[in-house]
Design a binder for this molecule. Structure first.
Ligand code: HEM
Length: 486
């Protein structure tokens, strides 16, 4: 009897330990590579190698600071490595010289973005669309990208010169001669309005802009890995971004039918767009509207905020701007944006491999199996001295005089490259110029630390600032006395 109890006890401990060990061995086993090919090494931090707690530590490292984890491997493990978690496909990162172009130039049916964005809330799930698979999502993304590109020709982007001053006027109207405000809260609505108004047009924005700003602020703030992990559980009902997505869907479904194509460049573009010769279904048309504004808010908000901080924390740059004419200021500010994105870029550019990827490197043929994610890391490449001359860590907008340095690390490349590079340069430089020609901006405390998340770079706290009016500028007359320094 006593012996049986002992055996039972041993089984109770030994069996789970054995099965955990087996699970770990399977988890740590490298993928099969065909003969004559070389695989990319699986990498782990030392603590992540521990059986039982290792996989949990990996999940924790990825969810709390994925950018640091990946940068760490890039520094210590070289130009190629594969990261594994328990419940996602493997991620292979390639950082050698020609990897950037090779990965981003792969055709979209080989290296897809659909399965990548399918993992992002709102765009990938929550906001309804006709299909539920990643192929239909990729078709919508490619259609949307093409459609957005047609909405941003140079002639239309030039309209920002009238739009942005009007928007800034509205947001500074009523501010006293010296105002204290929190830039973390103040900048985003200004950028969202300028960027979204350009696409949706004045009528829709006048009616729905305030609500859209608040909903997108909640949605954008939720795009980070811990929230994404929670979004897959019942905790999603408590997430602001989940509730905002549901409200956004209901708002668009009830309100948009009240507008005509003439009211909105975006409605017109959505009605005209065709996928395989067919117009979008009603639900996909709503999704497309949401997706355009998602793009128009996520990065423009964050990068305009941080470019403003980069400028106002460098008095020599402000002095230099004030000595320029308007064209010179806009040019310099656009280069500040490029430098800001170069140093704090979109963390990783990832594709899902529908078939294996094989490439030659240093005389060997490497093989990355199908059904994995493959990616490049602008956060590493953009500060690589092999690509960026001079001191790559230094903030130097003039390195983009002429050609931007390592352009693909800033706005991407290939089938999914950003169609909005010129739009962004104009938008950000004009918003900041409008602020700096009206006000002296003094931060009253150190700027908040940059919280590097995927994909936003969040200000980790408020940014209190004092805005002192520089000249008597009519708050409603657009363009009046635009440059007191010229
Ligand atoms: C400063 C602001 C922005 C930055 C830094 C930025 C950066 C990028 C980058 C690096 C990519 C490539 C992604 C990849 O290869 O996986 C991309 C793609 C894209 N961007 Fe932008 N972008 C910005 C603003 C915008 C705006 C304003 C729009 C349109 C309203 C836009 C629309 C797109 C689209 C449609 C794609 C391709 C599909 C996708 O990745 O979603 N972007 N952007």
């Amino acid at each position: 009897m006593a012996k049986m109890a002992l055996v039972g006890k041993q089984n109770g401990v030994v069996r789970p330990a054995l099965s955990a060990m087996l699970h770990w061995r399977r988890h740590a086993r490298p993928p099969r590579i065909p003969d004559g090919r070389v695989g990319v090494p699986l990498v782990w931090l030392r603590s992540e190698r521990l059986p039982l707690i290792g996989p949990a530590l990996r999940v924790k490292n990825i969810s709390t600071n994925p950018v640091r984890l990946v940068r760490n491997f890039a520094r210590t493990r070289g130009d190629m490595f594969t990261i594994r978690t328990s419940n996602t496909p493997d991620f292979t990162f390639l950082l050698h010289d020609d990897a950037f172009r090779m990965v981003l130039n792969l055709p979209p049916e080989h290296a897809e973005i659909g399965p990548v964005l399918a993992g992002i809330p709102t765009v990938g799930y929550w906001f309804p669309r006709a299909g539920t698979d990643s192929d239909s999502l990729q078709r919508l993304i490619l259609t949307g990208r093409r459609m957005m590109a047609t909405m941003m020709p140079a002639s239309r982007v030039a309209e920002l010169a009238d739009l942005v001053p009007q928007v800034v006027d509205r947001h500074v109207a009523g501010l006293p001669g010296t105002a204290r405000l929190d830039l973390t809260k103040w900048v985003y609505p200004v950028v969202y309005e300028a960027s979204c108004r350009y696409f949706v047009g004045d009528r829709i924005w006048a009616d729905l802009g305030a609500e859209l700003t608040s909903l997108y602020r909640d949605i954008v703030r939720g795009i980070e890995i811990t929230h994404i992990a929670l979004s897959l559980t019942a905790f999603r009902f408590g997430l602001r971004e989940y509730r905002a997505t549901r409200r956004l869907y209901r708002l668009l479904r009830t309100e948009l039918p009240k507008y005509r194509d003439e009211d909105s460049p975006l409605l017109r573009a959505i009605h005209e767009v065709r996928v395989d010769g067919e117009p979008l279904s009603a639900v996909d048309a709503l999704w497309m509207f949401m997706y355009v504004l998602w793009n128009a808010t996520v990065y423009p908000g964050a990068y305009t905020f941080w470019t403003l901080i980069d400028v106002v924390t460098r008095p020599e740059l402000v002095t230099r701007l004030r000595a320029c004419d308007e064209a010179g200021r806009l040019d310099l500010l656009a280069r500040c944006l490029l430098e800001n994105i170069r140093l704090y870029p979109v963390a990783s550019l990832i594709r899902f491999l529908r078939k294996p990827l094989e490439f030659e490197h240093e005389g060997r043929t490497f093989h990355v199996p199908a059904d994995q994610m493959v990616g490049v890391l602008p956060g590493v490449s953009n500060i690589d001295p092999r690509r960026v001359p001079g001191d790559p860590d230094e903030f130097d907008p003039d390195r983009h005089l002429g050609e931007p340095v390592f352009r693909e690390g800033i706005f991407g490349r290939g089938a999914f490259a950003c169609p909005a590079a010129e739009f962004n340069k104009k938008l950000t430089s004009m918003v900041i110029d409008e602020v700096l020609t009206r006000f002296d901006v003094d931060l009253v405390a150190d700027p908040p630390p940059r919280r590097l998340r995927v994909p936003e770079i969040y200000p980790n706290g408020p940014t209190p600032a004092r805005l002192t009016r520089l000249a008597k500028v009519g708050d409603t007359a657009s363009g009046a006395a635009r440059c007191p320094f010229a």
